[in-house]
Design a protein. Structure first.
Lengths: 199, 199
């Protein structure tokens, strides 16, 4: 069982994740984190040296959770169904959040890549891993001709990740699933994804 | 000729644009803006009531400059060449900035859409106009079969803008033109863009 101290630490990280997502890392103050987590300043500084330390820990937690998501999001009866499942799961994930907060990695990429190299390094790792997983799955789909084969899996994977991030941005801006959903539907078409056995 | 006061105002807006792009709106303080523009606090508050007022004016300026960019970025000998020219110009624009700062609209979309509705409204307008222009140009290209015609121009336009924004994000993160350049090249392929008269 988690000790009281561990519970406090987890609570701070959980609430900080949400505050960073909605407000941005730079604009978040220690007071915002205290208010969100209902913690005293003494408790917070017992667990973390400063806001950067909390930010890094939040990003690491999100990285682990995203890697778990990547492990199971490509499940499907065929390679193309796996890709389709990923698109579906990504849309559901954003919908559940009510298109608030968006993608912490995308946000951090835009907000801190010019100013916080440590964060940028971690976020680069996450995107590289995401693209790698997509490339693997597209390669499988290309092997059975369930996706266009005239463009390399690596190139397609990079474009797909860029499109999803841009789609999340648009959906968050409009507070509607439409932009992300439509971008994913268009992706399916231009990638010539064949999820049905006989089409 | 601009008066001294007008020059000061312009200087503040010009420097604030760069600071907001690199540091994010939320993390920028009035002191950052004073340091960047070499202005006194008295001068700054003579021209602007607060940071939000500066942010809105910076966004409006960027909007006007982007609309001018949109007016001439689609020039080309054919509709497809116009689309290709846009891709090229967008890459050059980001390269000139050294992949620092990225796209102010994308940054603002991610940073303030959950917290600053006024900014979000303006940024939505900009994206809607950008997508509309792309849709027009794609419609022209579809009319002469220089781009795939099995997906509607509106759907393709939305996806293209999402992909460019995601590509800018990745290039900014990596401080390299490669991600944006490759995403644009892959777009050309999956859109089946025919810029040469005989291919």
């Amino acid at each position: 069982m988690a000790t009281k101290g561990e519970q406090t630490r987890e609570k701070i990280l959980k609430e900080a994740n949400q505050v960073f997502k909605c407000k941005g890392f730079g604009a978040t103050t220690i007071n915002d984190l205290l208010a969100a987590s209902g913690t005293t300043k003494g408790n917070l500084y017992f667990h973390f040296s400063d806001k950067e330390a909390i930010g890094l820990e939040v990003l690491r937690g999100e990285q682990q959770s995203f890697y778990r998501f990547l492990e199971q999001a490509f499940q499907g009866k065929s390679p193309a169904a796996g890709l389709d499942n990923f698109f579906q799961k990504a849309l559901e994930k954003q919908s559940r959040q009510g298109f608030v907060g968006g993608c912490l990695f995308g946000n951090t990429a835009l907000e801190t890549s010019d100013t916080a190299p440590v964060f940028a390094g971690l976020v680069q790792e996450v995107f590289a891993e995401w693209i790698r997983k997509f490339e693997q799955q597209i390669t499988l789909a290309q092997g059975v001709e369930q996706i266009r084969t005239d463009v390399s899996a690596g190139e397609l994977a990079e474009m797909v990740v860029a499109t999803i991030e841009g789609g999340i941005m648009q959906s968050r801006l409009q507070k509607s699933e439409t932009p992300l959903k439509r971008s994913l539907e268009t992706l399916r078409k231009v990638l010539e994804l064949k999820t049905q056995p006989h089409n």
